[in-house]
Design a protein around this ligand. Structure first.
Ligand SMILES: [Zn+2]
Length: 62
């Protein structure tokens, strides 16, 4: 999957990376994406804290 190449403030919490990016419409979105092979979890959040919380509580599905 192609990812927007504009992420900033990328951090890693366990296997999950959280990054913020502009959506091109003047708003900022926050994405949490799991890097574990075969997991495929990724989601967008409007709040940075929500994305970080999702990353902290994420459990990989088998
Ligand atoms: Zn995962």
């Amino acid at each position: 999957m192609a990812r927007p190449n504009r992420f900033y403030d990328v951090i890693r919490i366990g296997p999950v990376q959280v990054g913020s990016h502009y959506d091109g419409r003047g708003r900022t979105k926050h994405t949490a994406a799991c890097t574990a092979p075969g997991c495929g979890f990724s989601a967008d959040y409007r709040d940075r804290s929500a994305a970080e919380l999702a990353a902290r509580t994420h459990r990989c599905s088998p």
